[in-house]
Design a protein around this ligand. Structure first.
Ligand SMILES: [Zn+2]
Length: 332
């Protein structure tokens, strides 16, 4: 499964590298990363096929050791950083991860401790959105910034908050879960967390699909490319494509989404006074339709002293590489 992208030159032989691990529900991808943010070598194992956390980490540690050995880098690895769903940065554990059979239980699996034992390298982990924030700071749009917020717009909405150069993790290890701040207090949409009106029920791939269904139900006579989709549920890609084609309803869906995001951002800005909010993930590709409504809602709602001062920017990291890069940034 190894995929050696390039061969090391002589000059590279004394450099330091880190390992970035992107743990998903199905597979775990990992790579050897240099200081500039190039992934030199990579490999992957299954996440799902193991029955205990110990078995998983044994397999992962062995695969990492093999990748390092194949490339003769045993003495040049500084450490391992992992992006882990529901990962707790404070103690390096995973628990209550609904999509991973061996990590479903509330009893935490000691991921970083087990991985250090297996590989001998210092290991850290954090959740996906925090990893994205670290990646932006180390290699991406936030290089040189000390105060910024990364918002990941995927199936759900994640937040990574950096203040004075430090990732905010909080006492419990889960600070910055911005998908679950309340965006709509009254008659809000029900959320997987058991509450109502959470930001991610509106501003995420699943959120915009819910908006599309609601808008069409409210006004079934309305002409839209989206009303032609009858044999399967409408998804965020359909809405994006319809908006690109000039469909008014699709454009309104993004305006509605952007307004809710911008109103929330106005509050986030008051908390940490960031220099920028960086948008990352699949839905951020709809930037053409989202950015202006976001900026307008911020300007309409933010404290005067912040007006015009906070940049809203798109991630520069390549989607396919960002998760490994973000995780690797923890290890420098
Ligand atoms: Zn929620």
């Amino acid at each position: 499964m190894s995929n050696n992208i390039l061969k090391l030159t002589k000059k590279d032989m004394d450099k330091l590298y880190v390992i970035g691990v992107d743990m998903g529900g199905t597979n775990t991808a990992f790579g050897i990363v240099d200081r500039r943010g190039d992934i030199l070598f990579r490999d992957a194992i299954s996440t799902a096929e193991y029955t205990t956390g110990k078995d998983y980490v044994d397999a992962l540690g062995e695969a990492i050791n093999n990748l390092i050995a194949r490339n003769n880098l045993e003495n040049q690895i500084k450490g391992i950083g992992m992006g882990v769903p529901n990962g707790n940065m404070n103690d390096g554990t995973i628990a209550n991860a609904a999509n991973i059979s061996w990590a479903k239980s509330p009893e935490p699996v000691q991921l970083t401790k087990l991985l250090e034992e297996k590989t001998g390298f210092p290991s850290k982990l954090t959740n996906d959105a925090n990893a994205a924030a670290m990646g932006e700071m180390e290699y991406g749009s936030a290089k040189g910034m000390k105060d910024f917020i990364v918002i990941t717009l995927g199936t759900g909405l994640g937040g990574g908050v950096v203040s004075n150069g430090q990732l905010i993790v909080g006492r419990e290890g889960f600070a910055g879960e911005l998908g679950h701040v309340t965006a709509v207090r009254h008659n809000g949409r029900s959320c997987g967390c058991g509450r109502v009106g959470c930001l991610e029920t509106y501003a995420s791939a699943t959120g915009v699909a819910r908006t599309a269904r609601e808008f069409l139900e409210l006004n079934p006579q309305r002409k839209s490319l989206l009303s032609n989709i009858t044999t399967r549920p409408i998804n965020s890609k359909d809405i994006f494509e319809a908006a690109v084609a000039g469909d008014e309803l699709a454009i309104e869906i993004f305006e509605f989404t952007g307004r809710i995001l911008g109103e929330a951002f106005a509050d986030f800005i008051a908390f940490t006074g960031p220099e920028a909010i960086i948008l990352f993930g699949g839905l951020a590709r709809a930037d053409k339709f989202l950015i202006e409504p976001i900026k307008k809602a911020i300007e309409d709602n933010v404290l005067n002293m912040y007006k015009g001062k906070v940049a809203i920017i798109l991630s520069e990291l390549n989607d396919a590489e960002a998760a490994i890069l973000g995780a690797s940034a923890l290890a420098w």
